[in-house]
Design a protein around this ligand. Structure first.
Ligand SMILES: Nc1ncnc2c1ncn2[C@@H]1O[C@H](COP(=O)(O)OP(=O)(O)OP(=O)(O)O)[C@@H](O)[C@H]1O
Ligand SMILES: [Mg+2]
Length: 464
């Protein structure tokens, strides 16, 4: 059964009515037929029904009671009542109770088709809206900088090909290397731009809710499940689901996910029917999955299912030649946002950033540039604008051969220099005020400024 074709359930005890409707509808829809209320409810539980054509008069359960049950338990099923002309009042009442529409037993073929098509359109809109609501804030343009490094050009060339293949993609890379952004690029490149892109961060959800969030749940499936809920997989139907931090998925859920990947069907928590989903999966992780497999924490079979198309994003320290381009991109972004005009970076400052090891990768770079733009007054980023931790971290790396005590001296000096600079900045470069804040005599401060070569900086700042 193709999920793109809606399924209609005809519930009528009159056989000729069932056959007539079936004959009109089966060309465009999956049609199911039952003759009484109990089988209707049973079918809705077991099959992925979109629309019910429901006779008001049935031998066992009243059509109105069935309607009520459907409305309480099946958010995604709509009902069109079938009524005799003399029962129009009841039909109107049914609509008040949540039926979408009604047709009379003396219906006109084209009219029935038109009403059903209108309903399907409205269901699609509802789904879209639901998806939009959860993902709205993520609807920002993908601003992905590739850079000139060979590593990133290789990634991009590969992605362009991979995006067109409907196979599962696993993106690996350290934190902040752009895994999530790349997933959005993949959607863009796939041509499925108007289809959903649903993100699930598996570490951000309490473990006990992961299953219901991924696969949905039926009303009453667990304490607190007061309403039926669509899972992310259903919301992503026709598009992409991005499973972030997949390496942290709990072991028993790994088996469930594997089954979904193998069968292309999900089952809501507390439900008994299988629902076909057509979803492309992009998973990402920054943990060492191979190690997790060795330790028995990650299923090997799931790993191979996910890793059909592997993509590895290099850490920033391995593509430092892209740094200028990235800095330029973030400068533009934040100048615009904060209405500033910080457009350049001095050679010394860039040099310092080129020597940094970037544990937080591009995220860390972006945060730094944002901070510099917010604080910045002039047009150029200078070495002394770069925060203390960058200076210290570079010292660590640059002086591995000198003795411990002299490393400490250099570190202390760098700390002192930066601390004094920050204090001076706070008091608008007034030396007297800085000495007071620091709790030292002005003569001591002057001595330190001289020893630490800070007078040049102050002169520049004062003249700015
Ligand atoms: N190539 C890029 N061009 C522009 N911005 C980027 C790029 N890569 C990452 N960023 C920015 O860096 C930040 C982190 O990116 P993202 O969230 O995609 O990283 P991640 O690899 O998913 O990290 P984590 O493992 O911590 O979740 C985001 O603000 C993103 O906009
Ligand atoms: Mg991420």
């Amino acid at each position: 059964m193709d999920k793109q074709i809606p399924t209609i359930l005809i519930v009528d005890d009159d056989e000729s009515m069932r056959d007539t409707l079936d004959a009109i509808l089966k060309k465009d829809f999956n049609v199911l037929k039952v003759s009484d209320g109990r089988s209707a409810i049973d079918t809705i539980k077991k099959k992925d029904v979109d629309i019910v054509l429901l006779d008001i008069r049935l031998p066992d359960i009243n059509g109105m009671d069935i309607l009520q049950q459907i409305k309480e338990n099946n958010e995604d099923v709509d009902v069109i009542m079938i009524t005799a002309v003399k029962e129009i009042d009841t039909a109107v009442h049914a609509i008040k109770m949540g039926a979408y529409d009604y047709i009379t037993k003396e219906f006109d073929y084209d009219d029935v088709i038109a009403r059903i098509n209108r309903l399907i359109e409205s269901q699609n809109k509802k789904r879209e809206l639901l998806y939009f609501k959860s993902e709205m804030e993520r609807y920002i343009d993908v601003g992905f900088i590739i850079g000139n490094s060979k590593k990133m050009r290789d990634v991009y060339n590969f992605v362009q090909k991979a995006a067109r293949v409907p196979a599962t993609i696993l993106i690996r890379g350290e934190t902040g290397t752009g895994k999530e952004l790349l997933a959005r690029v993949i959607r863009q490149e796939s041509g499925l731009v108007n289809e959903p892109f649903v993100t699930v961060n598996l570490t951000a959800i309490p473990q006990e809710l992961v299953e219901s969030i991924l696969f949905g749940h039926e009303r009453g499936a667990f304490t607190g499940a007061i309403k039926q809920h669509f899972g992310k997989f259903e919301l992503a139907n026709g598009g992409f689901i991005f499973l972030d931090e997949i390496g942290d998925l709990k072991y028993d859920l790994q088996a469930k996910l594997l089954r979904v990947l193998q069968e292309g069907e999900i089952e809501r928590v507390g439900g008994s029917k299988k629902i076909k989903v057509d979803v492309r999966i992009i998973a990402a992780t920054n943990v060492d999955i191979e190690k997790k497999m060795k330790d028995g924490q990650f299923r090997e079979d799931l790993y191979y299912r996910l890793n059909v198309i592997p993509i590895v994003l290099p850490p920033l320290r391995e593509r430092l030649e892209d740094l200028p381009m990235l800095i330029d991109f973030f400068l533009k972004k934040y100048n615009k946002r904060f209405k500033k005009n910080l457009t350049r970076i001095s050679e010394e400052a860039l040099d310092m950033l080129m020597n940094y090891h970037w544990p937080g990768n591009i995220r860390e770079l972006e945060n730094l540039i944002e901070r510099l733009v917010v604080m910045g007054e002039g047009e150029e980023i200078l070495k002394e604008d770069i925060p203390l931790e960058f200076h210290l971290s570079i010292l660590d790396r640059k002086v591995p051969s000198i003795s411990q005590s002299s490393i400490l001296d250099v570190a202390l000096e760098s700390f002192e220099r930066n601390y004094i600079l920050k204090t001076l900045e706070k008091v608008k470069w007034k030396r007297k005020a800085a000495a007071e804040v620091l709790g030292i005599p002005i003569s001591t401060l002057k001595y330190k400024l001289d020893r630490l070569n800070l007078y040049d900086v102050i002169r520049i700042k004062e003249s700015a």
